[in-house]
Design a binder for this molecule. Structure first.
Ligand SMILES: C[S@@+](CC[C@H](N)C(=O)[O-])C[C@H]1O[C@@H](n2cnc3c(N)ncnc32)[C@H](O)[C@@H]1O
Length: 256
């Protein structure tokens, strides 16, 4: 390992002990939630409801895992779908450079499948008109509807390296059902990323019009799921380096 990489790893290892920095990050997370900071960004022209830090973390994971399929629950305006598709396009481009062969996106197979209970017509039109559209498959329906789960499982059969992202309804019961349905699709060494585990660390009055809150959210679902699924472990180094993330304890790496 190069000296620079060693230095980065040792700097990240001590970040959990840096109380001042952790406090500042926690305060930022709290202060930025109410003004809907996560709604401020676009990826290649489509609104992406993520913190920039988490987008960078996803870029690192996709580059490391080199998935051929990404499964995402929660489409909204399509920004995260376009992001995933654009990363898959980059992987194809790199393969093409390495092998000297041109890769037709329609034939390469690398794609993202997104599921949403309500794909608004204007979002669908914009996603389908995007240059990344050929890599995107959208399924409308509840992500825990057995018919939808079967559809996704059917798609996944044709792929070897699969990465999963859960970002739809954030209640405990829903995320636990999503984990049961989709986490098993995660290939060895890849990740199942569970967004909005941060809700556990927020105050109850921050979600007055939502069914989720402290005690009932993606983090409680992750804790429950991991009790019986030792094939996953939380990759803590990701949240340690990010400091600012909506997914603390939500980066689950498949180790078995
Ligand atoms: C936070 S947004 C997704 C944001 C998107 N991943 C991004 O980064 O831009 C949550 C989405 O989940 C969808 N949703 C809510 N309940 C759902 C369910 N039961 N099944 C599938 N999608 C659901 C909502 O319609 C909404 O579009």
């Amino acid at each position: 390992m190069k000296d620079f990489e060693k230095e980065v790893i040792s700097r990240i290892q001590v970040l959990p002990d840096d109380k001042r920095l952790r406090k500042a990050a926690a305060e930022f997370m709290l202060a930025s939630t109410e003004p809907k900071y996560s709604y401020n960004f676009n990826w290649q022209g489509r609104p992406i409801i993520q913190y920039p830090q988490d987008i960078v973390a996803m870029q690192e994971l996709i580059w490391e895992v080199r998935p051929d399929l990404i499964v995402e629950t929660g489409i909204a305006h399509g920004g995260s779908l376009i992001f995933s598709a654009s990363m898959l396009a980059q992987l194809d481009l790199c393969d093409a450079i390495k092998t000297g062969r041109t890769i037709d996106p329609k034939k390469s197979g690398r794609k993202v499948v997104g599921i949403d209970i309500d794909i608004r017509a204007h979002n669908r039109v914009a996603i389908e008109a995007h240059p990344m559209a050929s890599r995107i498959q959208m399924i409308e329906g509840s992500s825990i509807d057995p018919v939808v789960v079967d559809q996704v499982r059917h798609v996944a059969k044709s792929y070897d390296r699969i990465l999963v992202c859960l970002d739809s309804n954030h209640t405990h019961a829903h995320v636990l059902a999503e984990l049961e349905a989709y986490a098993p699709l995660t290939s060895l060494g890849s990740y199942c990323v569970v967004f909005d585990t941060i809700i556990e660390d927020m105050s109850a009055d921050m979600f007055p019009d939502r069914p989720w809150g402290p005690g009932n959210n993606p983090k409680t679902a992750v804790c429950e799921y991991l009790k019986t699924h030792p094939e996953f472990e939380i990759e803590k180094s990701i949240q340690h380096k990010l400091l600012i993330t909506v997914a603390p304890d939500g980066f689950l790496r498949r180790i078995d």
